[in-house]
Design a protein around this ligand. Structure first.
Ligand SMILES: C[S@@+](CC[C@H](N)C(=O)[O-])C[C@H]1O[C@@H](n2cnc3c(N)ncnc32)[C@H](O)[C@@H]1O
Length: 315
């Protein structure tokens, strides 16, 4: 691996003779496949964006797919925004547009934006924290993460399954309300999920319900999706009940939803009190920074699932 020559020295010429739209090489990694041909990987997006070929003393950039639009993220200078009110201004193709952080459909449409915004800019650590804590509990119980059959609920574009894969887990089913999330996961992390459903877990269509029943799930993971206006308790319970008992469960929740009386804190207390789960790990950590640069704390919880949640608890 290495740069075969500086990008600025490359002659950008499409094979057809048309000038190629410029490709941003700032995050690019050139992987040499053979002497005369290299693949340019976008390291943020972890996929090939173009190929370089060297012929007749001239370097040609050949797009392997439409180059994805480059973007610049500007965070607002606002201190009082709650998490579900946060937004950024996105400069894309020379135009500025405002994107709310909770407009996931819009964010997932733009390859690399979710990672660029939450991981690179706001230092989101949750996928790795929750995945690491789950793997620790599983190993401490004498089990192997490779045997987990995970339902990644509120899966987004697949960052959590990818973090779990780094701990040794191998079998993932994705479920998210948004078709845009499914599309982004399949686009950005092809092959990661056995199946990825875009559906409402409380009203799954018959085919999707059959996929989850046949999946022999033994682990629910739900990261950065509980509380606020995202997954409500009834949806959490429905997803939880697709996992067999005994099984595993790992999720995170904003600190104040754990500390203050509310739908989730009450549900969690009851789950522990009435033997639905047995906690094996619980830690408070920095989930990410706010747009104002302040740390946002979440609780990560890992538990043994012992039995289903009675649905009358969440009606
Ligand atoms: C902040 S993203 C987190 C994505 C992923 N878990 C991660 O940590 O990278 C929240 C996700 O929850 C999904 N979501 C919100 N409400 C949901 C519901 N009722 N059922 C399933 N997914 C939901 C959103 O569509 C979005 O993809």
């Amino acid at each position: 691996m290495g740069w075969p020559g500086s990008s600025s020295g490359a002659t950008r010429r499409a094979p057809s003779g048309r000038p190629h739209p410029s490709i941003d090489l700032r995050n690019a990694l050139v992987r040499r496949t053979e002497p005369a041909r290299s693949t340019i990987w976008n390291t943020a997006r972890r996929r090939p964006i173009a190929a370089l070929s060297y012929e007749r003393g001239c370097t040609t950039i050949v797009a392997t797919e439409e180059p994805t639009p480059d973007f610049t993220i500007a965070l607002p200078d606002e201190r009082e925004l709650d998490q579900n009110e946060e937004f950024c201004d996105l400069l894309i193709d020379g135009r500025s547009q405002r994107v709310r952080f909770h407009d996931y459909a819009r964010i997932f449409e733009i390859p690399g934006l979710y990672e660029g915004l939450f991981v690179e800019t706001l230092k989101c650590a949750s996928p790795d924290v929750v995945a690491g804590l789950l793997a620790e509990s599983v190993r401490a119980a004498g089990e192997d993460p490779a045997d987990l059959r995970v339902l990644d609920f509120g899966a987004g574009n697949g960052m959590v399954a990818e973090a779990l894969a780094r701990t040794g887990a191998r079998t993932f089913y994705g479920l998210d309300l948004l078709p845009e999330a499914r599309m982004a996961a399949l686009r950005d992390r092809p092959g990661l999920y056995v199946d990825y459903l875009a559906d409402d877990v409380t009203t799954l269509d018959a085919d999707d319900a059959a996929v989850l029943r046949d999946a022999r799930l033994n682990c629910l993971v739900c990261v950065a999706a509980l509380g606020f206006d995202d997954v409500p308790p009834a949806a959490f319970a429905a997803a939880f009940n697709y996992v067999g008992s005994p099984g595993w469960c790992a999720f995170n929740l904003r600190d104040r939803f754990v500390d203050q009386p509310g739908a989730f804190s009450q549900l969690l207390d009851r789950m522990v009190r009435e033997g639905v789960i047995e906690e094996t790990a619980h830690t408070r950590y920095q989930h990410r920074l706010s747009v104002a640069g302040q740390p946002l704390f979440y609780d990560a919880v890992v538990a043994r699932k012992l039995r289903d949640i009675p649905l009358d608890w969440v009606r």
